[in-house]
Design a protein around this ligand. Structure first.
Ligand code: FEO
Length: 390
């Protein structure tokens, strides 16, 4: 990734990590990811916004050298996660006068993970202004996008909002700016599903604050920079509030009885005009499931009873569901058992964060489904349809 000038005096100096396959050892990266860092040359001071993932540190240093940066006054840490702060210790050695400008929560976190002397921090709070001479940065505390330490930096002179992970995307096939196409949408949505969805109830009010600033540019710490911020703001508004006429069916079966139930339910639900996204819990597409959790109206789990509870292969996606906290409007359970079952209670115990989501009547059938079982599945499909009409 070469150095690119965002506007006069502000340069993109981060890295593209095209070979990274997984993020957080969880989400598949189809084209890797990027760690954006921005160098700001003011008339009096020079600041770097964010650093990079440690393996990309040498690339960042070489870009700073290429720009002739011999003295760095400030390194702004908008968020403490190490994909943006991991290179701080090396940079602080290289630039002994530099201060890490961040908030107290970020100090509390980074100082536990990274060898940074407390004297190197310069703490800022809501509304504080850092002058670089002809350019200024004003800080906005934005906790829970997606850690308690997250903050934005606003440069009023150029109307640029540096938003850390907010509005990010795991992408490398772009230059600097969003190219105006929809190719960013699935990658930004996948990013949103893991990083932003869990605290959507907290941060959705921030969208109004962002719009009120009327930024000319939104510069997140992953993926493209937006010169048309409305595009990504509108996507966030949609993802946080709108559902599609879509149901997720997560299934596993050992001898085919639960699959027969899932197949039948899928046909019944689809016959009512509802899209069913089926996920095989054994060969799980985690990223696909997370993406669909953003805008599916509900989820039905199809699992046989194994030793009184759910099949272990649905436990992991149920834990994922619990962590990602999608705003689904119902959950349901179907499955076959052999001699007895406590699956319903055990499934609910795995998703305590969804305790306020309505639970449809479980359909649990002894053995292979027969007439009464199919009738119960018909009733469940009706319940699903009613939820989708609401
Ligand atoms: Fe990209 Fe939360 O770090």
């Amino acid at each position: 990734m070469s150095i690119q000038q965002m506007v006069p005096g502000i340069y993109s100096v981060g890295s593209k990590d095209k070979h990274r396959l997984l993020f957080d050892q969880l989400m598949n990266l189809s084209e890797g990811t990027s760690y954006n860092a921005f160098l700001i040359k003011g008339s009096e001071k020079t600041a770097l916004i964010d650093t990079v993932y440690p393996p990309c540190h040498a690339e960042l240093v070489s870009k700073l050298k290429e720009l002739g940066i011999e003295k760095l006054d400030y390194i702004v840490a908008n968020h403490g996660e190490q994909d943006h702060t991991g290179a701080l210790p090396e940079l602080l050695m290289l630039f002994p006068q530099a201060k890490v400008v961040t908030n107290q929560k970020c100090v509390d976190i980074t100082s536990e993970f990274l060898p940074i002397d407390k004297s190197r921090y310069q703490i800022v709070g809501e509304g504080d202004v850092l002058s670089l001479g002809d350019k200024t940065l004003q800080f906005m505390m934005m906790p829970w996008v997606h850690w308690p330490d997250t903050m934005f930096a606003w440069m009023k002179e150029e109307r640029i909002l540096f938003t850390t992970d907010f509005f990010g995307a795991h992408m490398t096939n772009y230059d600097l700016f969003w190219d105006g196409t929809d190719s960013v949408v699935p990658l930004a949505k996948a990013y949103y599903s893991e990083i932003m969805m869990p605290y959507a109830r907290v941060w959705q009010k921030y969208l109004d604050k962002v719009e009120a600033l009327n930024p000319a540019i939104i510069a997140p710490s992953h993926g493209p920079v937006y010169k048309e911020p409305k595009f990504i703001i509108d996507l966030y508004r949609k993802w946080v509030s709108q559902k599609e006429n879509k149901m997720i069916l997560l299934s596993v079966s050992m001898y085919g009885s639960t699959d027969a139930m899932a197949d039948y339910l899928q046909k019944q639900v689809e016959s009512k005009g509802i899209q069913v996204k089926r996920y095989d819990a054994v060969h799980l597409d985690v990223t696909g499931l997370a993406n669909d959790l953003v805008d599916a109206k509900g989820i039905i789990v199809a699992s046989p009873t194994v030793l009184t509870g759910p099949h272990p292969m649905v436990m992991e996606p149920l834990c994922l569901l619990n962590v990602l906290r999608p705003s689904v409007q119902y959950v349901g359970l179907i499955g076959s058992y052999s001699w007895g079952t406590q699956i319903a209670a055990q499934v609910m115990n795995l998703i305590p964060n969804l305790k306020n989501v309505p639970v449809l009547d479980p359909v649990l059938i002894k053995g292979y489904p027969k007439d009464t079982g199919f009738e119960a599945l018909n009733r469940l499909a009706e319940q699903v349809a009613q939820k989708h009409q609401g």
